[in-house]
Write a protein that binds this ligand. Structure first.
Ligand code: AMP
Ligand code: MN
Ligand code: MN
Ligand code: MN
Length: 288
């Protein structure tokens, strides 16, 4: 193992979900930015895993398989990252396909909501940004609304149109927490709660999320992520210790023009937490 801290970036997105770069472009960018251990974690998809692993190999970059599963919990959406699973596991692939399944209809419903406030053609517009027909996401709508001048940047689109209570928001039923964790675990991987500070959960609901996640076999939580503030690193390092979870680190990079945090540029994990990659040493290719 290289001397710590290891520059691990275990959360980002490619064109296989809602990123704008290919797995190959991401591997090159990660390598250029000094990442030593990388994972591509597309939403509800593992279709880019073999390409990402091969691209990492070509860059001399250590790789862990990854995905980010959409889960419905306590009337909100929570994301569970999976790391180090067998990318050919049939049950995982089936679970992810089922999770993706409702996205097409949801996108039509979103477009209808936007049409009611005078934004026409949003479904077709969003589709122009979609590479994977099974993975149309709110991000693709956001890109269309920026491109057509409705908003200046994607964060404004989310605030005004795509979050709860706004015209383009459609409530959706994603995977169950226990199912998502089991798909990952039974495929030999480790489940990780993604960017916990982003969820609007009460203290009781957050406690329930961490407790139930752990009971289902989840083993990690993102502590240092592009979605957390510096004070939140400390809050979730404490939560990791309290719940006996390992800590993960990842930029959640989507695009050179949209993302505030580039691959490999976050600070290291706080001291006193177990890095999640220590649980996955035998899954890293090539070994560190
Ligand atoms: P979906 O899975 O279709 O609900 O889309 C979720 C994705 O939307 C997230 O993974 C982010 O990439 C993006 N997203 C969510 N909230 C925001 C926001 N406030 N600003 C920019 N992007 C966001
Ligand atoms: Mn995304
Ligand atoms: Mn997420
Ligand atoms: Mn993400």
């Amino acid at each position: 193992m290289p001397t710590s801290p290891l520059n691990a970036d275990l959360h980002c997105h490619s064109v296989v979900s809602d990123g704008t770069l290919t797995p190959d472009e991401l591997a090159a960018r990660a390598s250029h930015n000094g990442v030593q251990l990388w994972s591509l974690t597309d939403h509800d998809e593992i279709g880019g895993q073999h390409r990402a692993a091969a691209a990492a190999h070509a860059q001399g970059l250590a790789y862990l398989t990854g995905t980010e599963i959409s889960v419905s919990f306590a009337s909100t959406t929570v994301h569970i990252v999976g790391l180090g699973f067998d990318p050919d596991d049939a049950a995982l692939a089936q679970g992810l396909a089922a999770t993706r399944g409702g996205r097409g209809q949801r996108a039509h419903d979103m477009a209808q909501g936007l049409a009611q406030v005078g934004i026409a053609g949003a479904y077709e517009g969003a589709l122009q940004y979609v590479s994977n027909p099974e993975l149309i996401s709110r991000t693709h709508f956001a890109r269309f609304l920026v491109e057509t001048g409705v908003c200046r940047e994607t964060s404004e689109v989310f605030r005004k149109y795509l979050t709860e209570g706004k015209p383009g928001f459609v409530p959706h039923r994603w995977a169950a927490l226990g199912d998502a964790v089991r798909w990952i675990t039974q495929a030999g991987g480790v489940g990780v709660i993604a960017h916990p500070a982003r969820y609007r959960l009460s203290a009781n609901e957050e406690f329930a999320l961490f407790s139930e996640f752990k009971q289902h076999g989840g083993r990690g939580v993102e502590v240092v992520t592009g979605s957390h503030s510096v004070p939140e690193y400390a809050v979730y390092a404490d939560m990791a210790r309290e719940f006996g979870l390992a800590a993960s680190r990842g930029s959640d990079f989507h695009s050179p023009t949209e993302s505030h945090t580039d691959l490999g540029t976050l600070p290291p994990l706080p001291s006193g937490v177990t890095p999640v990659w220590e649980l996955l040493a035998d899954r890293i290719r090539p070994a560190l």
